[in-house]
Design a protein around this ligand. Structure first.
Ligand code: G1P
Ligand code: ZN
Length: 542
């Protein structure tokens, strides 16, 4: 079958952000929009003759995009394509399939935790052969190509059947519709002590998992309910829906309020967790406690030897720059390496590939390990279940014991969403200009130790990422960080990250917003957030 050559012209907004190209569905529905980006992948990555993995989080436009990409893959000479049944593959499961089946890479269709549906968002990203998000060099090449593209290749074929597990050829390409859960479930069984978790769940431990009508429903049902014996109904909102049931598939205190309520009070569940649209984020709750993602990373690292692959200990850990420094103290105590990377999971890739780190995480509800090259929501949930199965302690006790031993990092992120882009950029530019004069001065009753715009040199390949966020570090361990989001789709999103360190175990019961009040006021004083954005308060506090 001869490929069809379709003339096209570049779009000027196809620069991938923190996690791929993410836009409103209606932007993706423009003729040639998706096609241009996909052809730019085929034009810059050596995929002819190779195997590609393809799937998404099931949101609106997922199925249609898969049909388009399959035709284009075949027309571009891809030899074989593995597609999740129903077009479904969570982000960590895609990473898992790429690695286990040694494919050349994969294409993930998702806008993560952003709302879906015709008025929601859509997204696409390319993952390389290590299973991880494409590094800057690759995304840069794809973007550069999208700026000069003049045609794409496709086939004139009818839609293919995605809902049945079967194999067929499309043009000259082999297509295999695969079980989206099987490879991933096997991998999980190798990471954790399933016997211990089964015993925990059989012993009256009460839990809930909220899939938020997004991609993790089928994964959680198979693993938690079928394999680990959690009672049916443990997985809530387990049916993936194109609009996520109208919800916002972002597991945090604001968007998973119903789940949080189930854990409150003496009758509250022992444990509850949720994952996001594409299954890479996680939220961990115990009775009357929310475990911040930064604390979760630190606690998992401190207890790494309970997990079968890490019985002998872990080589190191990494966190994104804005993530709290709780894990740093664990690493120091264990005498292992601790890396601080820019925001975005791709920066962990080289460290994981080189075996320098075992666990890594981001404050934005991302936690994971070297088992795949994406953050992994269900991995974090299973890790907590494994930990609780061994410790046999309520979550709250376990977390408090950790704070008593290592100190507590009060932490919060304030998001100002859909801010005028120019205003947000002006705020950052003003602040940047004043950085050289800040060290040694006082703010919020503290002395500033260092103020800079974070820059990272990858210790493996030497690549440099600059301007990754403004850090104000205080001598007492507190921090204020300012960053502009790379995933928003409307205007600019200003993120303000606040952190302070409390080492007195008797003083540890305050609300983080209260504990951070001075720093919050200082951040506004320093950057003029209200003045620049016209906003009185943040839109989302996590
Ligand atoms: C956000 C998070 C970041 C995460 C990314 C993808 O990016 O802050 O940690 O890696 O989503 O899930 P941002 O919008 O801040 O650029
Ligand atoms: Zn996600």
């Amino acid at each position: 079958m001869q490929p069809i050559r379709v003339q096209t012209t570049p779009f000027d907004d196809q620069k991938p952000g923190t996690s791929g190209l993410r836009k409103q569905v209606r932007v993706f529905q423009q003729p040639h929009y998706l096609e241009n980006f996909v052809q730019s992948i085929f034009d810059t990555q050596a995929l002819a003759g190779a195997t590609l993995v393809l799937g998404g989080d099931g949101r609106y436009h997922n199925r249609q995009a898969i049909q388009t990409i399959l035709r284009m893959a075949a027309a571009n000479g891809v030899a074989r394509c593995l597609v999740g049944q129903g077009g479904i593959l969570s982000t960590p499961a895609t990473s898992c399939v790429i690695r286990r089946r040694r494919t050349a890479g994969g294409i993930i269709l998702s806008a993560s935790h952003n709302p879906g549906g015709p008025d929601g968002d859509f997204g696409i990203k390319f993952n390389t052969a290590n299973g991880g998000p494409a590094p800057e060099g690759v995304t840069g090449a794809i973007y550069a190509r999208s700026r000069e593209i003049d045609h794409y290749l496709t086939l004139d074929t009818p839609d293919v059947e995605l809902d049945r597990i079967h194999q067929f050829t499309l043009g000259g390409m082999r297509v295999e519709i695969i079980d989206p859960v099987a490879d991933y479930a096997e991998l999980m069984a190798a990471q954790f002590d399933f016997e211990a978790i089964r015993a925990l769940l059989a012993g009256g431990f009460r839990m809930a998992f909220d899939a938020m009508h997004a991609v993790t429903g089928p994964y959680a049902r198979r693993i938690l309910e079928q394999q680990l014996g959690a009672p049916e109904g443990t997985v809530r909102n387990g049916e993936p829906l194109e609009d996520f049931g109208g919800g916002h598939p972002d597991p945090n205190l604001a968007h998973a309020a119903e789940l949080v309520a189930l854990t409150r009070g003496p009758e509250g569940l022992d444990f509850a967790a949720a994952s996001d649209g594409d299954g890479d984020r996680n939220m961990i709750l115990g009775r009357d406690i929310f475990v911040t993602p930064s604390d979760s990373l630190a606690i998992l690292a401190a207890n790494a030897t309970v997990f079968p692959p890490w019985r002998e200990g872990i080589p190191g850990v990494a966190r994104s720059m804005p993530t709290s420094q709780a894990v740093d103290r664990v690493a120091a105590r264990l005498g292992i390496a601790c890396y601080e990377t820019p925001t975005g999971w791709k920066f962990f890739g080289n460290l994981l590939d080189a075996g320098r780190i075992a666990f890594c995480g981001e404050e934005s509800f991302g936690t994971g390990s070297s088992h795949v090259r994406e953050k992994d929501g269900l991995w974090a949930v299973l890790a907590w279940l494994n930990l609780l199965a061994v410790r046999r302690q309520p979550v709250r006790e376990l977390v408090r014991a950790h704070w008593a031993e290592y100190g507590r990092n009060y932490y919060s992120r304030h998001d100002y969403e859909a801010v005028d882009k120019a205003a947000a950029e002006a705020l950052m530019a003003d602040l940047r200009a004043r950085l050289p004069d800040l060290a040694g001065t006082r703010l919020a009753g503290r002395v500033i130790r260092l103020a800079d715009d974070f820059s990272y040199t990858d210790p493996i390949d030497g690549s440099v990422a600059e301007r990754q966020g403004i850090r104000i570090l205080f001598e007492d361990g507190a921090r204020i960080v300012f960053r502009l989001s790379g995933t928003g789709t409307v205007g600019a999103t200003l993120r303000l990250y606040l952190e302070s360190l409390e080492t007195d175990p008797t003083a540890q019961c305050q609300d983080p917003q209260q504990a951070l009040a001075e720093l919050i006021a200082a951040a506004d004083e320093l950057a003029g957030i209200r003045r620049h954005t016209g906003r009185e308060r943040p839109d989302v506090i996590t």
